[in-house]
Design a protein. Structure first.
Length: 425
RNA sequence: GGAGAGAUGGCCGAGUGGUCGAAGGCGCACGCCUGGAAAGCGUGUAUCCCAUGUGAAAUGGGAUCGAGGGUUCGAAUCCCUCUUUCUCCGCCA
């Protein structure tokens, strides 16, 4: 959520930046500014009424203590008017605040100035790439064909248990996945991240804090009886650790890492290109989160990009790093880098990580602030997060890129984790 | 799930209708003291909003004692609902 202060001070800049995200904000911005003026004047008047009421109340107390009962009774008569006015103004204030809030949550985050303009993925900017794309080979299979007979990843069984998009991993596939999770966590800890295991169901406040609500309500599974949501990413519980917190500047940056299952309804986003592991309703992911001083949050973003790059490199996966254009970026992000790895069996790039700086956009909703020691003023912190990494597509890429005849070679770095160096089909 | 007791500032803890944003203690910051430190002494130490105002400040007002509602001229204090913690019982991975 953008701050009203920013909208007031830089109205034109805000409108201009939001156009990069193909969002025409002018009328909303003006409406907000108008409502905010109204809000202040209401607040002023209300405060005055309440101040009168408070001072009368004090007087009444004084009268009673002095035994001046009739004066006290007389003063009581006078309170009714202030009370009523105060009540009416309070109602107006709440209503106005709600209206402002409704408009504010419609505004996406401002893109950073380096974000390219554009509407679709075609306008994204290739930053760099690495690894070697295996030579095309007609023998090479997509992972769903590759596993067809072995059923190491059993989609039909998952369908029986739950439904489409909930596969069952078996034997080496299950162990490979577990190995990757441990590998990712260990790497993260080595890089200075603190491991946490958060709940995977969150309440409304948390879903709101990171922006899943109200923007993407339909994308989360909702346990209605308890008012809880299954998390679509560990970003939600981990970032919400800091909701309503005032941190010490000296404690920043904070780096957290968490493995969780993730749940996404993916309503309306299924098609022929999302077969197999490419898109699931439940998948595993290791997520990294940073909380930073605004001065160095982009340093943090670079650090996270380099870190994720190290992971795909260690796994010997051909990758490319892309800076998303305004139109392809998420609502909450100021700058996002996507990581894609080459899946040789399908002959296409798969997105395996998305690393973003949200600047103060999430922090504003979360009320996540920090304070310099000895300073009175609080400042919104910057939050960042990234996948490090999302499991299924990494598994898909490993399977597809490393197939040799009837075998799949496991990247060497994982051998200590898997306990085997190949999967025989 | 049943019964009971709680939820107060960074922490501990007092406060059962007015002078309470809240005693006291601890912690922290600054100052005095000291050759330096400790002890001691003094001062300060929540967040948000509004107004005036500024380089930063400051001053005045309003709100907040788990959350929401109610009673009252006035609520941390009384009533209701919810959340949550602890103890006992039941159940249980």
């Amino acid at each position: 959520m953008l701050t009203i202060k920013l909208i007031q001070e830089q109205t034109d800049l805000v409108a201009e930046r939001l156009r990069i995200k193909n969002f025409e904000a002018t009328s909303i911005l003006n409406e907000i500014l108008q409502l905010d003026d109204l809000r202040r004047s209401i607040q002023s008047r209300m405060d005055n009424q309440l101040a009168e009421l408070n001072s009368l109340s004090k007087q009444i107390g004084q009268f009673y203590r002095e035994g001046k009962t009739s004066e006290a009774e007389a003063a009581k008569e006078k309170t009714a008017e202030f009370k009523e006015q105060g009540r009416i103004l309070k109602e107006q204030l709440t209503q106005t605040e709600n209206q402002i809030q409704e408009l504010l949550v419609q505004l996406p985050n401002l893109p950073h100035e380096l974000v390219p303009a554009g509407k679709t993925a075609d306008d994204n900017l290739l930053i760099r790439s690495g690894g070697i794309i295996p030579t095309a080979d007609p023998e090479r299979k997509a992972h769903w064909d590759l596993l067809q007979s072995s059923k190491l990843i059993d989609f039909e069984l998952g369908n029986k248990l739950t439904g489409a998009g909930f596969p069952v991993y078996k034997k080496e596939a299950a162990r490979l996945q577990r190995a990757l999770i441990n590998f990712f966590l260990d790497q993260g800890i080595k890089a200075g991240y603190t491991e946490v295991q958060p709940p995977i169901l969150v309440n409304q406040d948390s879903a709101y804090g990171t922006g899943q609500l109200p923007d993407k309500e339909g994308q989360m599974y909702h346990a209605e009886a308890d008012g809880l949501y299954l998390i679509p990413t560990a970003e939600v519980p981990v970032t919400n650790i800091f909701r309503d917190e005032i941190l010490e500047a000296a404690d920043l940056p904070l780096r957290y890492i968490a493995y969780t299952p993730c749940f996404r309804r993916e309503a309306g986003s299924w098609g022929s290109h999302v077969r197999g592991l490419n898109r699931l309703h439940q998948f595993d992911k290791v997520e990294i989160v940073q909380v930073r001083h605004p001065q160095n949050s982009y340093q943090g973003l670079d650090e996270m990009v380099n870190y994720v790059e190290s992971l795909v490199s260690l796994l010997n996966l051909p990758y490319r790093i892309i800076r998303l254009c305004g139109g392809d970026m998420s609502f909450t992000s100021a700058m996002t880098y996507d990581f894609e790895v080459w899946a040789a069996g399908q002959g296409r790039w798969l997105e395996v990580s998305s690393v973003s700086n949200f600047e103060s956009f999430q922090a504003n909703r979360l009320k996540l602030r920090f304070k310099e020691k000895g300073d009175k003023r609080t400042t919104l912190a910057h939050t960042l997060n990234g996948s490090a990494l999302a499991l299924p597509r990494i598994v898909a890429a490993i399977l597809e890129n490393n197939q040799k005849g009837n075998e799949i070679m496991i990247p060497e770095i994982l051998h200590p984790y898997t306990g085997f160096d190949r999967i025989s089909l």
